[in-house]
Structures are given as C-alpha cells and as structure tokens.
Design a protein around this ligand. Structure first.
Ligand SMILES: Cc1cc2nc3c(=O)[nH]c(=O)nc-3n(C[C@H](O)[C@H](O)[C@H](O)COP(=O)(O)OP(=O)(O)OC[C@H]3O[C@@H](n4cnc5c(N)ncnc54)[C@H](O)[C@@H]3O)c2cc1C
Length: 386
C-alpha cells in the first residue's frame, strides 16, 4: 500500500513525486515509456520555474534566450532584446528526468496503467503487464490523452489543439543565427503560430494551432521553414495534441486528482504548459498531504486556471485579428514589453489586460521599427507560394 501512486513521469508527475517524497510519503510513479523518454515539445521554460525546486537545473539547460524575433507571415519582423535571458531551452527527456531523479519515489517505467478501481479506502491500478498496485490516493499526470481522466470520467470535452514538432539538425550558420534567439512566426496557421527554438546542437521547430485542427499543417510547416532557410524534410515530424485550457472543469474524482496536461492546463495564447504542469503537480501533492482532495480543483482554478481564462481572451483577440495584433500589439513597445514579461513568468494575463488600454495608447506613437529581413526571395523553394 503506497501513500500515493502517480501515473506519468512528465513535469507534473515528477513535481508531485518530488514534493510528496520530500514530505516522507511512500510514492510509486508508473510511467508508460522507458525513461528518459522523448516528448515532442518546444522546451521553452520561464526561468522562475527552476526556482520552484531546491536543486540546480544548469545541467539540463541547453540555451538561454536573449533575443525574440516576431515575424509576420509576409516577412515583416520585429526583434527585441531580453537582457536578463529570462527563458531557458531544455530537452524534455533530460529536463523531466532531472526532476524525477531528485524525487524520493519508487519509479517503474515501461508500465502503462490500463485500469483503475476506487473504493472507500484507496485506489487500485493495473498495468499492461498485469501487475496491480494500491495506494490511498492517485495523481493522474499522464498527459494530453490522459487515460486516468477517461477511466474516472473526468475531462469529457474534446481535444482542441494540434501541433507538429521537428528536431532539425542545424549547420553552424543556423546555430549561430539562432544561438540565443527564439523566433515566433505569426499570422499563420489560423489560431496558432510557428516557432524556431535553439537547442545545444540543433533547432526545435514546430507549428501549433490551438482552437481546432486545420488541414495541411505539415505543408505550412515545411513551406514556412524553407523560407527561413531551415529544411525540415528528412527529420522525424511528430504530431501531438495540445490540451488548451478554455473552461474550468472538475479535476478530482474520489481519491483521484488530475495534474498538468491531463488537467488541460495549457496556455491558450502560447501553448505553454511546463510551468503549469510543475505547479499543478505541487498543488496535487499539497492536496494529498492535507487530505483535502475536494479543495484541489478550486486551488488549481484560482492559482492557474483563472489567469489561463484571461489568456484565452487574449488568444481570441490575437488570433482573430492577426494583422491588427501585429501592428498594434507586437510593434507597440509597451505591449510587447509586457508580453515578454509574461513569457518570462513575470506578469499575468490579467495584469496585462488592466494595463493594455493605456499601453496601447501611449505606445501608438512609437511603434518598433521593422528589421531588415531574412531574404525571402533567396530562401524560397521553387514552386512555393509567396
Ligand atoms: C509540440 C509541442 C510543443 C510545446 N512547447 C512547449 C514549450 O516550449 N514550453 C512549454 O512550457 N510547454 C510546451 N508544450 C506543452 C508541454 O509539452 C506540456 O504542457 C507538458 O509536457 C505537460 O507536462 P505533463 O507532465 O502534464 O505531461 P507529459 O509531459 O505529456 O507527461 C505525461 C507522461 O505520462 C505518461 N503516460 C501517458 N499515459 C500513461 C499511462 N497510461 N500509464 C503510465 N504513464 C502514462 C507519458 O508517457 C508521459 O511521460 C508543448 C507541447 C507540444 C505538444
């Protein structure tokens, strides 16, 4: 009999395991894949996330971001410096495993949970190999397609977002160009964006659309990356759902809690979820320690969900009016400064909304200059539309 079983060893599960282990609880982590496992992800993490844990993350930081490029689909581009380098790039296999290795927990990888049963005293789970385990509580941190959520009848709404991610081998020129630079390509696809994030020895590029699937995502990714001189053909292209937070939902059923992507805690504007996975993992651990499971949903909604709902308002505004948002938002030095603070985990969507009317007005007269462009004409592949 464990105190808690955690299903999934991503940042949500590893964070819950860490905090419960620190409190002296007897914890079992069941992970479907063999660890460390690959996870399709941009791997951008606001640095304050590292400060949530009492150990050093420098061994798993691949790059630090000191410059952001915001490029509109027609090639217009704004470049901003981030002097404090507030965002780090990680590879998820190493980052997630780094947290887990600090957790005092028993870990069984290659052990997908396939069944779950609750009674008054605890929860019993069965894995694919036929083993069963029992605990007083269970935390479902099993990601976007959460089996735990389905097994206990939570999270009934349908999946909303879709992504494709590619780790592109990069030559020295590209690595120098993107060494400390994150590029966001805006205005395509509908309701999403493309990104280029630097890792130590390659680029992580991708496309995400957050309010429903769209056709031809692979073609858009290939075409837009080719325009930047980045060839994605030949590298594995991995599709993955992205569970965007669009409404408050119950996250507890009996002795079971959901955390991270399983609880759909992904930012509707940015597609960012690592920070919320880590934070909800801690909140789930606290709920277990306080023996207050019913209070968990409310705490997640207050501390994470409420601001994500503000984020969904920003997302609808931004993605419904990409052209106007680029001219009036991205090129507005006050708005973009707040956005960069948001990216760095230093402000909230709500605070941005309170400031926005004044920022919009004051920034109108001093729009950021457009940068000279990566040459579209030379990097275009034959036959591509402009
Ligand atoms: C393409 C892409 C790019 C992204 N880029 C960023 C970014 O740059 N920054 C950011 O903050 N967020 C990003 N996100 C979001 C981020 O990846 C997720 O929010 C984050 O991984 C959530 O962590 P988690 O622990 O909840 O789930 P996961 O990291 O998905 O971990 C869930 C774990 O559960 C395991 N599992 C699943 N089913 C079972 C089962 N039945 N039994 C046992 N184990 C199981 C899985 O193998 C997995 O290891 C991106 C997402 C995608 C798809």
């Amino acid at each position: 009999m464990y105190d808690a079983i955690i299903v999934g060893a991503g940042p949500a599960g590893a964070s819950a395991a860490f905090w419960l282990g620190e409190a002296g609880k007897r914890i079992l982590v069941l992970e479907k894949e063999h660890l460390p496992r690959y996870k399709p992800c941009g791997g951008g993490v606001p640095k304050p996330v590292f400060g949530r844990f009492p150990f050093d993350f420098s061994p798993v930081i691949e790059r630090e971001i000191g410059r952001a490029r915001f490029r509109f689909r027609d090639g217009r581009e704004v470049v901003t410096d981030l002097p404090d380098r507030p965002v780090a790039m990680v590879m998820r296999d190493r980052f997630d495993y780094h947290i887990l290795r600090h957790a005092r927990a028993e870990v069984r990888d290659g052990s997908p949970v396939i069944a779950l049963r609750q009674d008054g005293a605890g929860v019993e789970v069965a894995t694919h190999s036929g083993e069963t385990f029992r605990a007083r509580y269970l935390i479902g941190a099993d990601g976007a397609n959460s089996r735990v959520a389905r097994l206990v009848g939570l999270r009934r709404g349908k999946q909303v977002g879709a992504t494709i991610e590619v780790e592109v081998p990069a030559d020295d020129d590209l690595l120098v160009e993107y060494a400390d630079t994150a590029l966001f390509l805006l205005g395509t696809p509908p309701f999403g964006y493309l990104w280029v994030f630097p890792k130590a020895e390659h680029l992580s590029v991708g496309i995400g659309t957050f309010f429903g699937k769209i056709p031809a995502m692979r073609e858009i990714l290939q075409r837009e990356m080719a325009r930047l001189g980045i060839q994605v053909e030949g590298a594995p292209q991995r599709g993955h759902p992205i569970p965007i937070y669009l409404r408050h939902e119950p996250l507890q059923q009996g002795r079971v809690l959901l955390a991270g992507d399983a609880a759909r805690l992904v930012d509707p504007l940015l597609g960012e979820g690592i920070r919320h996975a880590v934070d909800s993992g801690r909140l789930a651990a606290e709920a277990v320690l306080a023996d207050d499971l019913p209070g968990y949903t409310r705490r997640v909604q207050q501390e994470i969900g409420a601001d994500l709902l503000w984020g969904s308002r920003w997302a609808r505004l931004f993605y419904n009016h990409p052209e106007g948002s680029f001219e009036l938002g991205v090129r507005n030095p006050l708005i973009i400064r707040e956005f960069l603070r948001l990216l760095a985990g230093q402000t909230t969507y709500r605070r941005m909304a309170v400031r926005a009317p004044l920022d919009l007005l004051l920034g109108l007269g001093r729009r950021l200059p457009l940068e000279s462009q990566v040459s579209d004409s030379t990097s275009l592949e034959p036959g591509l539309e402009t």
